[in-house]
Design a protein around this ligand. Structure first.
Ligand SMILES: [Zn+2]
Length: 475
């Protein structure tokens, strides 16, 4: 179903969605196709993604008001249905048999500060509830039933929702609270995309997937870039092969709902990464499946043309040799390394983010969890069309002078980009040293090893303060 008048609208909508997903507001956080936030020395576990403690269910609370209502106040999706929908979308992530994370609905939102009536309906109440999230009091899911809070905060009605971790534990590397908000205007039964302000409408299935996408950020996943050709397909009518491999965590909501195409809600990339972050172990209950019996790992380093200097922030995709569009898993090179390593100019990262490893051995490296099988490994730049989503550890991302290239067994700076060799990996196995030497780069890109150095030198005070308080939803 075509719910928006133009492709541009959809890009706008999705771009803003992604910008609010706990990414843009934390400018120098280490991010990747997999984890959203990675620990650094003295902040979390260095080189390890921030994750929830899964020894007990993750508890979340939900707004007590309706999910959606018309401007005249008529409720179109009531609270019970909204709560049930959120629960069902948490269940989608919980149901993955190779991932060990469970969720519990802990009840309606707790009162906090200026919020006491159970229904977040003003910016003041929103601020109070997000304050409770930042203080680690609760993990709130907020319904902005008529979209007025989104509009007041952001000046645009074309936003579906956002979510992300609120409070992190720098000692343990755990996410302590997370939150998000959904725009019920997308389910108010009114579709006037050309009005001002616009009022968009989504199907229930599309809205469900937007909820599930945001809950992916809630559990600590970042965006992924796979099958970007969907950007050039008719809006809401992507090819099923492309859609099958398109991550739910793709930053743009431009295809038809996966369920309407007969596909499971989570793509192979989503399954692999939630399982990598929360691997089910051999001690798992009988209805679960140990991660390492269903996944192997492809590992390597992306290098500049000198063949020695690691390149950060490129998108690396492993594609099945037999179903390359449908089974694909990605990550960004250097995803565990800080996005701001510091250099002689800024003085060894004094002003940098506390997040991300400083271990130089992790620069430019990638790890891709994949189902057992045979794969081609491809490296490419972050798509300029997705730049607003801030993919990868560098922003702006490093430009790849080539249009991407495959790994082959005789890597060099002068091999043909399309020369490819298949890599076969078994469950529980790691295939290492799949290093790709980029063609046609200068020997190294000093100016890109810290995007902050390139962009802002020295960083302004607000950026430094932001870095020291990595709470995406607070900014
Ligand atoms: Zn997102």
């Amino acid at each position: 179903m075509r719910t928006r008048s133009t492709f541009k609208h959809s890009l706008l909508l999705a771009g803003l969605l992604s910008a609010l997903s706990g990414v843009l507001l934390l400018p120098v956080v280490v991010r990747a196709g997999g984890p959203l936030i990675v620990g650094g020395p003295g902040y979390g576990v260095e080189g390890q993604p921030f994750v929830w403690d899964t020894s007990a269910p993750v508890q979340y609370r939900v707004d007590g008001g309706p999910l959606a209502r018309k401007p005249d106040g008529t409720v179109t999706v009531n609270n019970a249905t909204g709560v049930a929908r959120v629960q069902a979308m948490f269940q989608v992530w919980q149901n993955m048999p190779t991932a060990n994370i469970t969720f519990t609905y802990a009840g309606p939102l707790q009162s906090y500060g200026a919020f006491s009536d159970g229904d977040v309906s003003t910016v003041e109440e929103y601020d109070a509830v997000m304050g409770s999230c930042n203080d680690g009091v609760q993990s709130p899911v907020i319904f902005d039933a008529d979209g007025s809070i989104f509009y007041q905060l952001l000046g645009d009605s074309a936003i579906i929702g956002f979510a992300g971790p609120c409070q992190l534990d720098p000692a343990t590397g755990h996410i302590l609270s997370a939150g998000g908000m959904f725009n019920g205007q997308n389910r108010d039964g009114i579709n006037t995309p050309d009005s001002y302000p616009a009022n968009y409408e989504m199907t229930a299935a599309e809205f469900d997937e937007a909820v599930a996408h945001e809950l992916g950020h809630f559990v600590g996943l970042d965006h992924s870039q796979i099958n970007t050709e969907v950007l050039f397909e008719p809006f809401g009518a992507c090819s099923v092969d492309d859609l099958a491999g398109l991550p739910l965590m793709f930053p743009y909501a431009i295809c038809q709902a996966r369920s309407t195409a007969g596909l499971p809600m989570l793509a192979p990339d989503d399954l692999a990464w939630v399982s990598e972050l929360y691997p089910e172990t051999a001690n798992a209950p009988p209805d679960r499946i140990p991660f390492n019996t269903r996944y192997g790992t492809l590992r390597g380093t992306i290098l500049f043309s000198d063949g020695e200097t690691p390149a950060q922030g490129l998108n690396v995709i492993a594609r099945s040799t037999t179903t390359p569009q449908r089974v694909a898993v990605s990550v960004f090179s250097g995803y565990l390394f800080t996005g701001n390593p510091g250099q002689t100019v800024t003085g060894d990262n004094d002003f940098g983010t506390p997040l991300g490893s400083r271990n130089p051995l992790l620069m430019g490296t990638y790890d891709i969890p994949v189902p057992p099988g045979s794969y081609y490994v491809w490296v490419e730049s972050v798509s300029p069309l997705l730049a607003g989503a801030e993919l990868g550890p560098l922003y702006p991302p490093i430009p790849n002078p080539s249009h991407g290239e495959y790994w082959n067994a005789n890597e060099s700076a002068t091999d043909h980009e399309l020369t490819q060799d298949a890599v076969t990996v078994a469950a529980g196995a790691i295939v290492s040293d799949l290093n790709i030497i980029l063609n046609g780069t200068p020997p190294r890109f000093d100016s890109f090893e810290s995007s902050q150095l390139w962009l802002i030198d020295p960083p302004p005070a607000w950026l430094r303060e932001e870095d020291l308080d990595p709470s995406p939803l607070e900014a």
